[in-house]
Design a protein. Structure first.
Length: 193
């Protein structure tokens, strides 16, 4: 089973990811961007204010393709639980916001690039947090952590949730980190049982 954690920067995905590691020690825990050289290129682009949005999309896409072939697919074929801190929905939401005005229907464009090779998660927890709070929590340290940008990202996530409501579980990320982690853990345990 592939379980993903999604939400705006500052919503607590990594905190939940760590808590799930404690609850499911045999699970394969992974994240995007990865720690591969593809992921390193992604991180470099994040820090570059003038990075071309289309080039940046393809860096993220290359990282995702490598992640699938190197980590996700082998673990799933062995019957393991895989928990990913960010996955393809992050790309649809974030790069969809970055490409606004560059291509028609950016979210659909990014999805069309991924569709031939990606694997849809079985379950996605969306840690729901308003863009202003997300920007404050994340520290506004890069171009993706600004409230106006995160507002567009949030709208894209809502579009993804509306398209696949059975896959997404919305969790109020304004709660304490412990409460958020417990809610995710409880729901996942129910699903796995």
């Amino acid at each position: 089973m592939l379980v993903t954690l999604e939400g705006l920067d500052g919503s607590g995905k990594t905190t939940v990811w760590n808590a799930l590691g404690d609850a499911y020690p045999d699970a394969v825990r992974t994240r995007e961007p990865t720690e591969s050289w593809y992921g390193e290129a992604v991180y470099r682009s994040i820090d570059e204010e003038t990075a071309d949005p289309l080039a940046e999309l393809f860096l993220y896409t290359a990282d995702h393709a490598d992640h699938l072939s190197r980590v996700i697919q082998p673990a799933l074929s062995e019957g393991k639980l895989v928990i990913s801190d960010r996955y393809s929905d992050s790309r649809y939401a974030y790069q969809g916001a970055t490409l606004a005005g560059e291509v028609d229907d950016p979210v659909a464009y990014v999805q069309s690039i991924h569709e031939p090779f990606t694997r849809t998660p079985d379950l996605t927890f969306y840690l729901d947090l308003d863009p202003e709070t997300a920007a404050e929590r994340s520290g506004k340290t890069n171009k993706f952590e600004q409230a106006t940008y995160l507002e567009r990202v949030s709208e894209n996530y809502e579009r993804l949730i509306a398209a696949e409501p059975d896959r997404f579980v919305r969790v109020d990320a304004a709660q304490s980190p412990e409460a958020v982690a417990e809610q995710v853990r409880t729901h996942l345990t129910t699903v796995l049982d």
